[in-house]
Design a protein around this ligand. Structure first.
Ligand code: NAD
Length: 296
């Protein structure tokens, strides 16, 4: 299939490469010439913007952009996708944005005859490179069926979460829980060690007991507990504190609109915000444990 792809950053670049590997042809656009050149070298065509890309005979368009403002600009702007794309072309936005914006853009697309899915991902840059991302997808059944083979070239788990916007709902609910659970594990590990426990023994107990979760078992925040976790390499790589902060902001903002209390989500957001303000926004989010450790 001939696919348009916009946003060739840390996630979009490797996702686009996997589409090429699967035999699709691509027209790509990113304002960064470096990001574009890497895909052109592999055989993709490029254009000078969303409008030209939309008119380049594409059967589907995928976007992987930083924020809702970028998504609205690329889809709804005068020189954007909707003003230029043919009726019937499938649109897939994999950026992580708030559900209300996702629904607003999908509604505008549907009104002019373009099925649109929100399909945010989890799995990080490693999953994007390996083609093992999880896609949480919101939209109609027929658009979901149509998108399956494309998403399967970039991911392993492709889950239809319901109507438009529900992919984003699933993503921000999960990441809010992840942000909270990491703070909980950080507090518990710091408490146990400060009271005299060995960190590895304590983690072993938690991981065979009721406190077990992804943050304790796979990404334990205490240095030295897991050899391959960011905590054991100075919190480099992994999922950046500022990306977690972005997702918690989306969750608390969506909660505010729905008048839905998210007491722990809001508290976690403030903790990551404090940590980011101290200059650590680039560290893996498990580094939040340093807020609770005297020797850090
Ligand atoms: P990034 O900043 O590395 O890449 C974004 C790309 O979009 C950049 O190359 C930028 O030049 C491009 N861009 C900006 N404006 C554009 C436009 N008008 N048209 C086309 N391209 C444009 O970000 P990323 O890490 O790839 O993340 C992309 C999205 O995926 C974000 O919404 C993020 O929250 C989400 N996400 C990221 C991760 C991760 O681990 N990095 C994991 C899951 C989800």
């Amino acid at each position: 299939m001939h696919i348009g792809f916009l946003g060739l950053g840390n996630m979009g670049g490797p996702m686009a490469r996997n589409l090429l590997k699967a035999g699709h042809t691509l027209t790509v656009f990113d304002p960064s010439p470096l990001a574009t050149a890497a895909l052109v070298e592999l055989g993709a065509r490029t254009t000078n913007g969303p409008a030209e890309l939309a008119r380049d005979g594409v059967a589907a368009i995928i976007t992987m952009l930083p924020t809702a403002a970028h998504v609205k600009d690329v889809y709804l702007g005068a020189e954007g996708l909707l003003a230029n794309v043919n009726r019937g072309v499938l649109l897939i936005d994999s950026s992580t944005i708030d559900p209300l914006s996702a629904r607003e853009v999908a509604k505008a697309a549907a009104a002019q005859g373009n099925p649109m899915l929100d399909a945010p991902v989890s799995g990080g840059t490693g999953g994007a490179a390996a083609g093992t991302l999880t896609f949480m997808v919101g939209g109609t059944d027929s658009a979901f069926d149509h998108a399956q083979p494309l998403l399967a070239a970039m991911g392993k788990n492709i889950v239809h979460c319901g109507a438009s916007g529900n992919g984003q709902v699933a993503k921000i609910a999960n990441n809010m829980l992840l942000g909270i659970s990491m703070v909980g594990v950080a507090e518990a590990m710091a408490l146990g060690v400060s009271l005299g426990m060995d960190a590895k023994v304590l983690a072993g107990i938690i991981n065979t007991s009721s406190g077990r979760c992804w943050s304790s078992e796979i990404n334990n925040p205490f240095p030295g507990v897991l050899e391959n976790a960011p905590a054991s390499r100075g919190y480099s790589g992994g999922f950046g504190t500022d990306l977690m902060l972005k997702d918690l902001g989306l969750a608390t903002e969506a909660a505010r609109h729905a008048k839905q209390p998210v007491v722990l989500g809001a508290a976690a957001q403030q903790l990551y915000q404090t940590f980011s303000l101290q200059g650590y926004g680039g560290l893996d989010f498990s580094a939040i444990i340093n807020l609770f450790r005297r020797e850090a």
